[in-house]
Design a protein. Structure first.
Length: 317
């Protein structure tokens, strides 16, 4: 138990250090190349902070337990929107850019609906994995087009702060920060899972809660650090981008790597996955309210996640 607690603590320390590095360098690179921090958050940072989910998914598929990955992805997306975004709004109301309302939010909602539709027959096949990967590829393609247009339209000079270090060094530091985040999340998840197994928790419960929260720790720490540093756009892009990548480019390849169809447990399909879609749909009116997520709405998101976790503790532990 002591070694598990030490691993968990070490993971948290690494996550905080890595997140601070990612936020600093991601924002500096955005200023240097005339790209908004939102786009950096939705691409480079989102892909980097989604690596723990990919590693767990591929590993689970190789062990014939890809169903655990499904619970992890569903749980992670619930954590991203309800808990992390809610906490961020509680600290300071989140103001959304028009682009987020027109494009990013619909894409996130579409990914959640697509996964639910594909899983309605009780399993996810290779064909379903291809559909998810195709959705992710289309999303990445649109992001590349938007980034090029934004960079071409930028006529202002890069911020002086962005020139204080060579671009190559900033990229290297960003990659180093992402690597630290991945290592830290592995320590955190390993320690948390070992502690949960000592308490006798089921695999479904571990996937939906302990592993989901652990693999969402990069997004959580990055968002909190960004909030206090005033770089909210990067944090918001990270959350929305990660929610799309988790379904399309993390779960998709995991399904393809599985030796056969991936079963979706009845309880996950009937409640957890439906709740994930409902959460994405609820975001639409919440986000369009004055184009921001207020402290009250953020508190409601966090309260919803607490109620959901309490229900899991009482029914599935």
């Amino acid at each position: 138990m002591a070694s598990s607690a030490a691993a968990l603590l070490a993971g948290l320390v690494l996550l905080i250090a890595g997140a601070d590095l990612v936020v600093r360098q991601g924002t500096a690179l955005a200023a240097r190349f005339g790209v908004s921090p939102l786009v950096v958050g939705m691409t480079v940072v989102s892909l980097g902070t989604s690596l723990p989910e990919l590693a767990i998914g591929i590993n689970a598929a190789g062990q014939g337990n890809a169903g655990l990955a499904v619970g992890n992805i569903v749980g992670t997306n619930l954590v991203n929107v309800l808990l992390i975004l809610g906490l961020s709004a509680l600290i300071r109301p989140v103001v959304f850019e028009p682009r987020t309302l027109r494009f990013d939010l619909p894409v996130m909602t579409g990914a959640a609906v697509l996964l639910l539709v594909l899983a309605l027959d009780g399993s996810l096949t290779n064909a379903d994995g291809v559909w998810l990967c195709a959705y992710g590829a289309a999303y990445l393609g649109l992001m590349v087009v938007h980034t090029r247009r934004q960079a071409a339209a930028s006529t202002g000079a890069p911020a002086t702060a962005a020139k204080t270090r060579p671009a190559a060094l900033q990229v290297l530091l960003l990659v180093a920060g992402l690597a630290v985040i991945v290592v830290g999340s592995e320590f955190l998840v390993d320690g948390a899972v070992r502690i949960a197994r000592v308490w006798g928790a089921s695999d479904t419960f571990i996937g939906l809660t302990v592993v989901a929260i652990g693999t969402s720790a990069p997004e959580l720490v990055t968002t909190i650090v960004s909030t206090f540093r005033g770089d909210r756009s990067l944090a918001l892009g990270n959350l929305l981008g990660s929610s799309v990548f988790n379904i399309a480019l993390i779960l998709g390849p995991t399904i393809l790597a599985a030796p056969g169809p991936v079963p979706v447990p009845d309880d996950v399909l009937a409640l957890d996955m439906v709740l994930m879609v409902a959460t994405a749909l609820v975001c639409v009116p919440a986000f369009f309210t004055r184009r921001q997520l207020t402290r009250v709405e953020g508190g409601a998101f966090v309260a919803a996640y607490v109620l959901y976790t309490t229900w899991l503790l009482t029914t599935r532990l």
